[in-house]
Design a protein around this ligand. Structure first.
Ligand SMILES: NC(=O)c1ccc[n+]([C@@H]2O[C@H](COP(=O)([O-])OP(=O)(O)OC[C@H]3O[C@@H](n4cnc5c(N)ncnc54)[C@H](O)[C@@H]3O)[C@@H](O)[C@H]2O)c1
Length: 361
């Protein structure tokens, strides 16, 4: 059994209230108890800070397998436990009106190495959240789905009605999660939405893993004065999406009056950027030489990935609120002022950069 406690440290990476956070509908969240699974991680912690500033009571359930307690917004009620710990889950979700389900086994290579663990956390864990949410009277569950669902489907930009093309247990588990949300909505009336994130980046993204997302890994290498390595020729493109866009989309989905029943919605920017341009941009912003070395491409990495965001526009009224250049500027600014976090994982990344975690997101 794990006891909840309240986080009391502020975390770097916060900025003054942005205009998009003042969206009138978001005031509905004030005073509400809201659960974020995986809330000590990169995306979950940004959601937590935003919800906190909107006056919500934020509850985080996270086992800290990949997240950090220092990421939590001050005043967060923190339950350090796995989503697979039923008793802890039920304590955390009691009285909540909404749940953002961000916790997951997030590494594609780890999912290949440990497919059953991936299925347990990402599929069984997701069903447990849904069951607990229905029983606790939660109104809506939002699920962190993934662009990995599109795999190597050559049709670009990727649209939600494209047939999934799964190349890893991670991708398959995320698609399964979407179907679990849909069936839960149909069987129990719980309102559910799956947001398919593309490549998200920003402050607090952990560069320490051997499979770190590419921008956080590049950031760490460039700031420490080392030479970056691209796996492949660098012509690969991705829909790099700054964290604020994902938080904005989640808040729009949580406060929408549409009766969602498991809709799947892409969240990206609709713009694709080459890895070579990412590095050039970062080098210019930092005033350092970012000329990369090259290594053989990683098996399974997709060549190009970009979202069609028409459905997000139509169903959520979503538009990206921070572009790539501004996002990079803010990420680098954070990295320079929080070197402790950038260095948290020792030397796992080394001078060799994993091209893009999870092929595409
Ligand atoms: N970052 C991206 O580009 C991206 C793209 C697509 C989808 N996603 C999805 O978004 C979600 C958040 O990703 P992130 O980038 O913030 O990753 P992250 O690793 O920073 O956050 C995941 C959090 O979940 C926690 N967690 C893992 N297993 C858990 C368990 N069994 N019980 C409780 N907590 C557990 C970790 O400790 C961590 O804090 C994930 O579901 C991920 O699959 C992320």
């Amino acid at each position: 059994m794990t006891a909840a406690h309240t986080a009391n440290r502020s975390s770097p990476g916060d900025s003054p209230t942005p205009a998009w956070l003042k969206t009138p509908a978001f005031s509905d969240l004030a005073g509400k108890r809201i659960l974020i699974t995986g809330g000590a991680g990169f995306i979950g912690s940004h959601l937590g800070h935003a919800l906190q500033s909107l006056g919500a009571k934020v509850i985080v359930l996270d086992d800290l397998s990949g997240g950090f307690e220092k990421n939590l917004a001050p005043g967060t009620e923190f339950h350090k436990a796995s989503i697979l710990d039923d008793a802890a889950l039920r304590r955390a979700i009691a009285g909540c009106t909404c749940a953002f389900h961000e916790a997951a086994l997030v590494s594609v290579p780890q999912s290949v190495a440990e497919p059953e663990k991936c299925a347990q956390i990402n599929m069984v864990g997701t069903q447990r959240i849904l069951t607990a949410a229905s029983e606790a009277g939660v109104k809506r569950v939002l699920f962190a789905a993934s662009a990995a669902a599109y795999g190597n489907n050559p049709s670009l930009p990727s649209r939600e009605d494209h047939v999934p093309d799964c190349w890893s247990p991670y991708a398959a588990s995320k698609v399964a999660g979407e179907f679990l949300l849909q069936s839960q909505a149909r069987c129990t009336g719980l309102s559910t939405v799956s947001l398919r994130y593309f490549n998200i980046f920003g402050p607090r993204q952990d560069p320490s893993s051997a499979y770190a997302a590419v921008i956080s890994a590049f950031t760490k290498v460039l700031i420490s004065g080392r030479k970056p390595t691209i796996m492949g020729d660098g012509e690969q493109t991705r829909d790099f999406t700054f964290i604020d866009n994902v938080v904005y989309a989640n808040l729009l989905a949580a406060t929408s009056h549409r009766p969602f029943t498991g809709e799947v919605i892409n969240i990206g920017t609709g713009v694709r950027t080459r890895l070579l341009d990412v590095l050039r941009h970062m080098g210019e912003a930092l005033g350092v030489d970012s000329t990369p070395g090259f290594a053989p491409p990683r098996a399974g990495d997709v060549r190009h990935s970009v979202a069609d965001i028409s459905r997000a526009r139509e169903l959520l009224g979503y538009e990206p609120v921070v572009g790539f250049g501004e996002g990079i500027r803010r990420t680098l600014e954070w990295a320079r002022t929080d070197p402790a976090h950038m260095g948290s994982g020792g030397s796992a990344v080394g001078s060799s950069i994993t091209a893009v975690r999870g092929s595409a997101a």
